[in-house]
Ligand binder design. Structure first.
Ligand code: FES
Ligand code: FES
Length: 215
């Protein structure tokens, strides 16, 4: 690429350099213009040479229709096949009580119940849930009456920042339903997939115990 200054281009204002020598400013100006042409040409070429088809192909990500019941309400949506249950709940249904922590199955913040069983919603594909019953933290209370485990978390002061709490409570509900509450150790073991960065484990176990009727 030539960096020669065309004769018709005046020197930059205040420049002490002679006309014939390219300055930093003119060099940048000319190369930017030239680059702009290349970029624009590329863009035009893209359209002419099939860029439009590529763009159309990118828009057509595989999607599927799925019907499921969330907190007692039947929902039908068409979603990208890669959508996780977590993103379906948060982004499509606006149910943001379920939290995204690691998004990789390691923290339990995203725990919900699917057909009564606790799952990490970040690892669950939404399109595989045709006909499923999903319960999230928003669906746990009975009107104004909190679920007993929600109440127990308050009674035992079993949270600090609260970010892990929806997942802890959903997991605790599953744990109690599964009957894994024979001792604090057993509760700890079966709740071990739910991480609390604030370290509220002792009180969380107490809340689960309280709800399981062991106190
Ligand atoms: S966000 Fe799903 S396990 Fe961490
Ligand atoms: S209360 Fe803060 S992470 Fe558990």
């Amino acid at each position: 690429m030539s960096t020669e200054l065309p004769e018709s281009v005046p020197p930059p204002t205040g420049s002490s350099e002679p006309h014939s020598a390219p300055t930093r400013r003119t060099f940048i100006a000319t190369t930017t213009v030239a680059g702009g042409v290349v970029v624009a040409g590329g863009a035009i070429g893209g359209v002419l040479l099939g860029g439009t088809e590529e763009a159309a192909g990118a828009e057509a990500a595989p999607s599927s229709r799925v019907s499921l019941t969330v907190n007692g309400t039947r929902r039908t949506v068409t979603v990208d096949n890669r959508t996780s249950l977590l993103d379906l709940l948060r982004e499509h249904f606006d149910l943001t009580g379920t939290k995204k922590g690691c998004n990789a199955g390691a923290c339990g913040a995203c725990t919900v119940l699917v057909d009564g069983r606790r799952v990490n919603s970040c690892l669950t594909l939404a399109v595989r849930l045709e006909g499923a019953e999903v319960t999230t933290i928003e669906g746990l209370a009975d009107g104004d009456r909190l679920h007993p485990l929600q109440q127990a978390f308050i009674d035992e002061d079993a949270y600090q920042c609260g970010y892990c709490t929806p997942g802890q409570i959903m997991s605790g509900v599953g744990c109690i339903k599964e009957g894994h509450t024979g001792s604090p150790d057993e509760i700890r073991e079966w709740m071990s997939g739910n991480i609390c960065r604030c370290g509220c484990y002792v009180k969380i176990v107490r809340a689960v115990e309280q709800t399981a009727g062991r106190k």
